[in-house]
Design a protein around this ligand. Structure first.
Ligand code: SAH
Length: 262
């Protein structure tokens, strides 16, 4: 029986595709990829004769029709999505028509651009006693934010915020963070094309100047905004260390020094 796989292609670097995703690509009869970002992952490992198409100019109906049509002809059909398919990927809208057509569906997770951006900048999204929470969100563009999810409301937690789809809305990001009580010198990081070999750009700024800096660097697409009290910790002289590696801390795999000597 045919199966349509929604595969997370990762943030750009084809090597960040999972092994499971690569194996599916390697035996796919047809691959539909989402725009130029993930084309290389598709073409690098696709088998000879595989039908490969770009969904960039297709409507949702056309994409569904394509997947259904190819599932009739091939056992394995792959829909490659940027980053992780469960984030801002229209996953359910695409799964429903396949369900209705009685076609089996599988999802393979991918490395999200939020993780890739933090990795590129060598930042940790959580730090002990600084923040233990990450919010993945966006500001309202053409898609409105549901009640209670404005950035001003979410930012009141003063935790790590990873903002997708918001680079052209930095002015709004600034005003919402200010409304939530963030200081003008709060660090903000923007990573453009995280993980793209030779094309990454990192902009470090503050709530006050990040917009100007991004404008100067001409960054207006494919960018992750991270606002977090953890940013820049690599340079901090004092750091609250994680309990996990603390010599005195006992856990399932290691007896802490205190417990061991008792
Ligand atoms: N499912 C994807 C997100 C798709 S929404 C994921 O998990 O990453 C598209 C948004 O993702 C862009 O507006 C941008 O904010 C972010 N994005 C995708 N690829 C990126 C990359 N390589 N570097 C920085 N941001 C990226």
């Amino acid at each position: 029986m045919s199966k349509v796989w929604f595969v997370g292609a990762g943030p750009g670097d084809p090597e960040l595709l999972t092994l499971k995703g690569r194996d599916l690509v390697a035996r796919a009869g047809a691959i539909l990829y989402a725009g130029s970002l993930v084309s290389e992952a598709a073409t690098r490992w696709a088998p000879p004769g595989c039908e490969i198409a770009d969904s960039k100019e297709m409507t949702l109906e056309r994409i569904s029709a394509w997947l259904i049509e190819k599932a009739a002809a091939h056992e394995t059909v792959v829909r490659l999505q940027t980053g992780d398919p469960t984030l801002y990927g229209a996953l359910i809208e695409l799964v429903q028509p396949l369900d209705a057509a009685g076609i089996e569906v599988g999802v393979v997770p991918g490395v999200s651009s939020a993780m890739a951006a933090a990795a590129t900048a060598v930042e940790s999204l959580t730090l002990p006693e600084v923040t233990q929470t990450v919010i993945l969100t966006r500001v309202a563009g053409r898609t409105p934010m549901p009640e209670g999810e404005s950035l001003a409301e979410l930012a009141r937690h003063h935790c790590t915020l990873c903002l997708f789809l918001s680079i052209t809305l930095l002015k709004t990001v600034q005003s919402e963070l200010r409304a939530a009580g963030w200081r003008e010198d709060a660090p903000v990081l923007v990573v453009h094309k995280a993980s793209w070999p030779g094309e990454e750009a990192i902009v470090r700024g503050t709530l006050a100047d990040i917009r100007e800096k991004c404008r100067a660097a001409k960054i207006n697409n494919q960018a992750m905004i991270i606002a977090s009290p953890t940013l820049g910790a690599r340079q901090w002289p004092t750091l609250q260390k994680s309990k996990l590696y603390d010599a005195a801390f006992t856990h399932r795999f290691r007896k802490g020094a205190e417990a061991a000597t008792r």
